[in-house]
Design a protein around this ligand. Structure first.
Ligand code: ARG
Ligand code: ZN
Length: 890
């Protein structure tokens, strides 16, 4: 069963059994050690007798020696926390097997055998939520990356592809719905075989797949059904299964699914390949969702939405994640990964695809800004910290730790650069070739690059370094202007910083979309993509009587940091005139970043401080007044750069100073543009609810206006926020108003929190918001509040959504987490220690916030490090958490 440690006396033939292994340092898995599998498993039959606390699994493997593998006689089947009740080989019970650690090893003399193994599981006790587990009375699985070995013994590696035939039997009242991958081929009832009150269903998946894509679901579920006709005219039945009562909240997910199916046909030529596509939403889930073949399993938070319970952001996230998992059917399932080092092959590419899809469904520039915000707020810090790794890592101890912003988001950026260099049409020829060449295979990142190279006609020789080297490249920019010749020389330099295990870096090709603006006309003579492919490169332009204004890395064409500050007057010019919406936004951000960094490091004081604020104030006013801007975009312009991103710009992180400088600027803007923000709040409050971009834009701005009024005039902000909260007919307005009230103090805060909790009692996803709002609040007492919320009857350590809603929100709240007392650090370390035995992969994710101690000012640095050292001394730490703690201390 799940929480049982590995048996110290291995079952099986005692003569073959090893002695209990001595405790040893955790194994490091290296990419270079890859070997093809010795044995293949062309087909597997799985027979499940389902029960919440005792599920019996009978697994029949047809194994064949791989002609390309080493010709040994041992078959190694991975297991994790399971024991074999029986093992037979070719119909005979056998003594030729033994346990080696948690793996089952069988000696075989022939080239082809049939192995039957029985195991018994306790899904109700599986708090790790990996393998087969119980959630809310239903049974479900999560097998990626290595969960299948918690169900049965198997070569649990993605390059072993099998055809699955699955029989599920269980109590008909408890599990009226029985689902697995592929097609349901038969169902019935056989009480003699399966027991009284049972029924069964048989599912066959015609597509060979790796074990990580196996899934089953059994439970009392209701379906929202629809259908989709594919490009070749086949009708696909669609169903989204949820708990009874939730079906009314599945409409948006269903629409997103159909839009994604259509888009993948139109843009990538990819058609769906089964008669059924099923989605199941579960409330206990470690990740966001999972792309199991024909049976995607989702965290409820990425399925359920209606205007009363989901924000506009939630709607967008659902659209993106539903599309992401659907797109995996080709980028991940039809072409899968050879080994887990290749994870970005499917994840980076699929993130790019879902980003492109969402851009096409809504505002492309706003989507780009949001994606870059996540990259700079999460991935850049990862890339400059102790956990930095290339998008294709070279080694790991626990693969769960590598489902990172680097593998996912930077991975997407790296492929996006290929689209910048090739153009979308040629890129499409590359992806067509990739799918054609590798359909049905377990491929590598190298295979992908080669297919793009051949199909799109790019030379990606040097570009491959993006897969090898970690760290965010820094690009320095120098412009020289010769007034007599009218020549402009642009000198670009790149450095890739050292990262753990990679002290020296080689230059990488960096495609920078660039335009040079004429100061007088406010126009440029055409954009060019400059490829900075050496440590230094010079580019020359002619025809400039005056020095132009440089707009570089437009659209964020490369995931790099532009390290040279731009003169404030040029930023103001670009914020007004740049015709690339991202570049315009970026100019505004840089204006604020340069100012705040100067305030924090003490270089901007006195008159310079006033001047800086005045410039920002003017730029804000221009944005608020610009009638050509839509409100969704305007909303992006008025969001100040986050504290984590600001901290990245400093050599030494001073969280308190960063927080104070940013809050003071907000208050200054709120005071000096008070009339504008009031008028904005009035104008936007008059727009009725709908999902139109206009209405969504006004909701975004409405709450932003309150954000600036809050520090400037708290009494008025409370009055307006309370009115917005009381009058809200949708969650975006209600949550926005509650966030603002939460950050202030007074009876309105307590009343609104209580009213919100009352109204949504029992709705887990909304109660998650209630926890997050308080833990993530600007309220000076957020630390105290978080501590108290841990004892709230609704808090539940066994549910990852609830744990994250409280503690991830807290760890992402700099003013609370970085409390000078160190109490915030201790709270997170205590959480890790308590959660680790229950759910190690969720616990390990909380190590990251403690890991940035090296860049921290000395006082906090010592406190953070002490918490990591305390964790390192816990002898029972999981492999997941131990790996993250030791990398963070290195
Ligand atoms: N492949 C899933 C996705 O679509 C995520 C699986 C998460 N697994 C894990 N061990 N963290 O992104
Ligand atoms: Zn994915």
């Amino acid at each position: 069963t799940d929480l049982a440690p590995n048996p110290s006396t291995p079952p099986g033939n005692p003569e073959l059994a090893d002695a209990a292994p001595p405790p040893q340092a955790p194994a490091i898995i290296q990419r270079k050690d890859y070997r093809v599998p010795e044995w293949l498993v062309p087909t597997i039959d799985l027979d499940f007798a389902l029960k919440l606390d005792a599920t019996r699994v009978k697994s029949t493997l047809r194994v064949e020696r791989n002609p390309h593998g080493e010709q040994g006689t041992t078959l190694r089947l991975n297991g994790d926390g399971i024991t074999a009740d029986s093992v037979t080989v070719d119909g005979q019970s056998t003594n030729s097997w033994r346990m080696d650690g948690s793996d089952l090893v069988i000696e075989l003399d022939g080239d082809k055998h049939e192995i039957v193994i029985e195991t018994t599981l306790d899904p109700a006790a599986n708090s790790q939520l990996s393998g087969l587990y119980a959630s809310n009375g239903m049974l479900c699985t999560q097998c990626e990356a290595e969960g299948f070995r918690r169900i049965t013994f198997f070569p649990d590696r993605p390059d072993v592809l099998s055809r699955y035939a699955v029989r599920l039997a269980g109590d008909k009242a408890k599990f009226p719905v029985l689902l697995a991958n592929g097609n349901e081929v038969a169902r019935g009832a056989d009480p003699e075989r399966d027991g009284p009150g049972t029924h069964w269903a048989e599912w066959h998946d015609p597509w060979p797949k790796p074990s990580y894509l196996f899934a089953l679901v059994a439970g009392e579920l209701v379906a929202n059904r629809s259908s989709f006709v594919t490009l070749s005219g086949r009708k696909v039945r669609l169903a989204i299964y949820v708990r009874p009562g939730d079906e009314a909240r599945t409409g948006h997910a269903m629409e997103s699914l159909k839009a994604a199916m259509k888009w993948d046909e139109d843009v990538y030529g990819r058609e769906y390949d089964l008669d059924d596509f099923n989605i199941v939403a579960v409330s206990d889930f470690n990740a966001g969702a999972m792309e199991n073949k024909g049976l995607n399993i989702f965290n409820t938070r990425y399925i359920l939405a209606d205007p009363d319970t989901a924000t506009d952001g939630d709607y967008d996230a659902i659209e993106g994640v539903v599309a992401h998992e659907y797109f995996h059917n080709w980028s991940g399932n039809r072409v899968t990964c050879r080994d887990w080092f290749q994870l970005s092959l499917k994840e980076g590419f699929t993130v790019l695809r879902d980003q492109q899809f969402s851009a096409a469904m809504g505002s492309a520039p706003v989507k780009r800004i949001e994606d870059v915000r996540v990259l700079r707020g999460v991935q850049f810090p990862e890339d400059s910290g102790p956990l930095a790794h290339p998008i294709r890592p070279d080694s790991y101890q626990e693969i769960s730790n590598f489902y990172t912003a680097t593998v996912y988001n930077k991975g997407a950026e790296v492929i996006r650069m290929m689209t910048v260099m090739a153009g979308l049409d040629r890129f499409r020829r590359g992806t067509d070739l990739y799918f054609e060449r590798h359909d049905g295979e377990a491929a590598t990142c190298e295979d992908f690059v080669k297919a793009i190279e051949d199909g799109a006609g790019l030379d990606l020789k040097q570009f491959r370094r993006w897969y090898e080297q970690a760290g965010t490249p820094r690009v320095e920019v120098e412009m020289r202007h010769d007034a007599t010749s009218g020549e402009v020389r642009l000198i670009l330099r790149q450095t890739v910083p050292a990262t753990p295990g990679q002290p020296d870096k080689a230059p990488m090709p960096i495609p920078l979309r660039t335009a040079l603006f004429d100061r007088m006309s406010g126009r440029h003579g055409g954009e060019q993509t400059l490829i900075l492919d050496d440590a230094t490169r010079e580019f020359s332009f002619t025809g400039f009587a005056e020095p132009p204004v440089l707009s570089i890395n437009r659209g964020f064409s490369a995931p790099v940091a532009i390290a040279t500050p731009t003169p404030a007057e040029d930023l103001l010019f670009l914020a007004r005139h740049d015709d690339d919406p991202f570049a315009r936004y970026e100019a505004m951000q840089q204006l604020v970043v340069q100012h705040l960094v100067g305030v924090v490091n003490g270089s901007v004081t006195g008159a310079a401080l006033d001047q800086g604020r005045a410039a920002i104030g003017e730029a804000f006013e221009a944005i608020l007044d610009d009638r050509a801007l839509d409100d969704l975009m305007r909303g992006e312009f008025v969001i100040l750069p986050g504290e984590t991103y600001l901290a990245e710009q400093l050599l030494v992180n001073e969280p308190a100073a960063i927080h104070a400088a940013r809050e003071e600027l907000k208050a200054w803007l709120g005071i000096n543009l008070g009339a504008q923000f009031r008028a904005l709040h009035d104008r936007c409050s008059a727009v009725p609810y709908s999902l139109s971009p206009e209405a969504r834009g006004s909701r975004k701005l409405k709450t932003q206006a309150l954000v600036y009024l809050a520090p400037a005039d708290p009494a008025e902000a409370i009055r307006r926020a309370k009115a917005q909260f009381d009058g809200a007919d949708n969650m975006t307005d209600r949550q926005g108003a509650l966030m603002v009230l939460c950050g202030l103090s007074g009876p309105e805060r307590e009343e609104a929190l209580a009213a919100f909790h009352d109204r949504y009692a029992g709705n887990a996803l909304v109660i998650d918001k209630w926890f997050s709002l308080q833990a993530g609040s600007l309220n000076p007492k957020a630390l105290e509040h978080t501590k108290a919320l841990a004892d709230h009857p609704d808090f539940n350590l066994a549910n990852p959504n609830r744990v994250r809603s409280l503690y991830m929100a807290f760890a992402a709240n700099p003013q609370a987490f970085h409390d000078a007392s160190g109490e915030g650090y201790r709270m997170i370390a205590d959480l890790i220690e308590t959660l680790d035995p229950l759910n190690s992969s969720t616990a390990a994710r909380f190590v990251t916030p403690l890991g940035r101690w090296k860049r921290m000012e000395p006082g906090r640095s010592a406190l953070m490090k002490a918490e990591l050292e305390r964790l390192a001394a816990v002898p029972t730490l999981s492999r997941d958490t131990r790996e993250q703690v030791s990398r963070s201390l290195d």
